[in-house]
Write a protein that binds this ligand. Structure first.
Ligand code: NDP
Length: 292
């Protein structure tokens, strides 16, 4: 059966699936939706979506099927009994790279072309031009080429290779960096709640954002060191100096009555690296300490 290229089925109408479905509706696509809790489809029906009674029916309705569920287990559950031969299946449910690879093999064995996606946005950014939202995609290059225009409607589409786990790996690596940043921001605010802080949280937030943005390009320095294998390349703040500085950070935390537990793990790794004789490097060597 040939399908209309402007027809898309969306399975999963949580906050994210709903935002995706709405973006396609707004762009004039014919959208069929399915959700386990039927009531969540109501608003979209008012906006022109068709509702499928079952996941099987939703998969049959369109050549492009987008799945946005809670986790990989729910994807397995929802698609367990659906016929996937000839289907182009795009799974934007957050998963690990290993789960994505297994899901790709699973879909391939059922006759579907498969693309895995990692969404770099929150729902209000979806379908909002210039919001900076994008989705990493990896898997079937043929599927991506066939649907790239449609996929780019809710958020920009960044294809990161045929290896199906690649999108999830990019996604999780960026989220992990974000987690570290949130830890730093949390510690900084905790310090500023203590004695002697006269700056309002909002004003301090401005300073934080400015400082983090100024420091973020340090990632390019790490990349250059990894690419050359020379961890002393371009070092402006060496490890020996930084470990010394950590003492000041820790003493300040103590003075302000703040637990050092968010900083301590990274500082311990820096000390191990210094003890191994890398005082003239930066922190790039910590990457090698982390890799087991
Ligand atoms: P929600 O919690 O809002 O929605 C979860 C969806 O999964 C609902 O449609 C729910 O159905 C469905 N679901 C859960 N378990 C099952 C199951 N066993 N069988 C059938 N359906 C099931 O989550 P979001 O929409 O926010 O997230 C969806 C995906 O998008 C996740 O993988 C998330 O990590 C990812 N994502 C979300 C972001 C966000 O900011 N929200 C950001 C980036 C990625 P029901 O309505 O019946 O409960």
């Amino acid at each position: 059966m040939r399908h209309d290229a402007k027809k898309i089925s969306v399975l999963g109408l949580g906050a994210m699936g709903t935002a995706f479905a709405r973006a396609w509706l707004d762009a004039g696509y014919g959208v069929t939706v399915w959700n386990r809790t039927v009531g969540r489809a109501e608003a979209l029906v008012g906006e022109g979506a068709e509702v499928a009674a079952t996941a099987t029916e939703a998969v049959r309705a369109s050549g492009l099927v987008v799945v946005c569920l809670l986790d990989d287990a729910s994807v397995g559950e929802v698609l367990a009994d659906t016929e996937l031969v000839g289907v182009d299946l795009v799974n934007v449910t957050t998963s690990t790279p290993g789960q994505a690879r297994e899901r790709a093999a699973w879909a391939g064995a059922r006759g579907a072309r498969y693309l895995d996606g990692g969404i770099m946005a929150v729902p209000p950014m979806i379908g909002t031009p210039d919001s900076g939202a994008y989705v990493f995609y990896s898997g079937s290059p043929e599927l991506f080429a066939a649907h790239r225009d449609g996929l780019a409607v809710p958020a920009a589409a960044r294809y990161v290779g045929e290896e199906p786990g690649s999108a999830a790996l990019h996604d999780v690596a960026l989220l992990s960096a974000m987690t570290g940043m949130f830890a730093g921001v949390t510690h900084a605010f905790a310090l500023m709640r203590g004695a002697g802080a006269e700056v309002a949280p909002k004003e301090f937030a401005g300073l934080l954002v400015e400082w983090l943005a100024a420091m973020a390009p340090a990632a390019y320095g790490v990349a250059a060191q990894l690419e050359t294998g020379d961890y002393t390349l371009g070092v402006t703040s060496n490890l020996a100096m930084m470990v010394e500085g950590n003492g000041t950070l820790l003493r300040t935390a103590e003075e302000q009555g703040v637990s050092p537990e968010l900083l301590a793990p990274f500082m311990a790794l820096m000390e191990r690296l210094l003890a191994a004789g890398h005082g003239d490097e930066g922190t790039t060597g910590v990457i090698d300490l982390l890799r087991r």
